[in-house]
Design a binder for this molecule. Structure first.
Ligand code: C5P
Length: 280
């Protein structure tokens, strides 16, 4: 082992299940390894507050990933309710705007006081499943007939180059989150180093889109395979931490593995072996 830093509570496992049974199964298998879990749409919609309470009762932390995006008053109330449930990290969409994010921050502060602990409120910048082309199609390219031609002709639109469009947008949304006094953002590993450099090292970055590729030595190689599913802006676990992530979010690489504990250990070995000295 190259270092003695404990990364176990910096790895957040995404519990994308529709039932508490597989949740219990996974927590049993990862007992003593993983201490931070993410409850998202599927689990919360299926099982509600029971899902958060179940994880908290096991002594683990919860990132309640419900990505609120609504008018400020509604988001304020939702964040207060999430805090009451026991969530340790709550998130909103940065594209909801600064008034909405400020309302979320106010709610998180009040909920923190009630809970007697700090609850992080963070903002989703650009989903890691969106490529530059996708962003172009959503925000910039108003021609619905022939996308490829228009993208090339317009060079990304609004003077933003097609190549950097997702990173530029993520940086802009992160700035809005910082202005709204949020604790940090959810962003791709490709953006976190820039976000940290510009907005300060205390501004947290949480990075999903973690993918691994096993090399001939049965260890994770440095180059993530980014074409096997819906995630597009991906990185390996160690790459994400080296790029500045405070937390990484991993779902299917662990939940879909034949043995989740073995998958977790491989990820942990990759982090231990390849983490840069600055992070230690
Ligand atoms: O299975 P996988 O590792 O792709 O899971 C990633 C998890 O992180 C999913 O639960 C997804 O909803 C979540 N997430 C994401 N990108 C974001 C925010 C959350 O992939 N920007």
């Amino acid at each position: 082992m190259k270092n003695s830093v404990n990364f176990n509570d910096k790895i957040i496992i995404a519990l994308d299940y529709g039932d508490l049974k597989p949740v219990k199964n996974l927590l049993d298998k990862l007992e003593g390894r993983a201490f931070f879990y993410k409850v998202g749409f599927e689990l919360f919609t299926s099982c509600g507050e029971k899902s958060v309470k179940f994880i908290k009762e096991r002594g683990c932390k919860v990132f309640l990933d419900l990505k609120y995006h609504d008018i400020p008053n509604t988001v304020y109330k939702a964040v207060k309710a999430a805090g009451k449930l026991g969530a340790d990290i709550i998130n909103v969409h940065a594209s909801g705007g600064t008034d909405m994010m400020s309302a979320a921050k106010k709610a998180a502060e009040e909920a923190s006081e009630d809970a007697g602990k700090h609850i992080d409120i963070i903002a989703v910048t650009v989903l890691t499943s969106l490529s530059d082309g996708d962003i172009n199609r959503i925000f910039y390219d108003y021609n619905y007939n022939d996308y490829e031609e228009v993208i090339q002709e317009k060079d990304g639109g609004y003077g933003v180059s097609k190549e950097g469009i997702s990173s530029g947008l993520a940086m802009h949304l992160a700035r809005l989150a910082k202005i709204s006094k949020l604790d940090g953002v959810v962003c791709s590993g490709r953006e976190s180093s820039n976000i940290k450099k510009t907005l300060g090292k205390d501004f947290k970055t949480v990075t999903p889109g973690i993918r691994t590729k096993i090399g001939s030595d049965n260890k994770i190689t440095n180059c993530a395979d980014n074409s096997k599913d819906d995630q597009k802006r991906v990185m390996t676990p160690s790459e994400a931490f080296n790029a500045g992530a405070d937390y990484i979010v991993i779902g299917r690489e662990i939940t879909g593995a034949a043995d989740p504990a073995v998958a977790f250990d491989k990820i942990y070995t990759d982090i231990k072996d390849n983490i840069s000295m600055q992070k230690i």
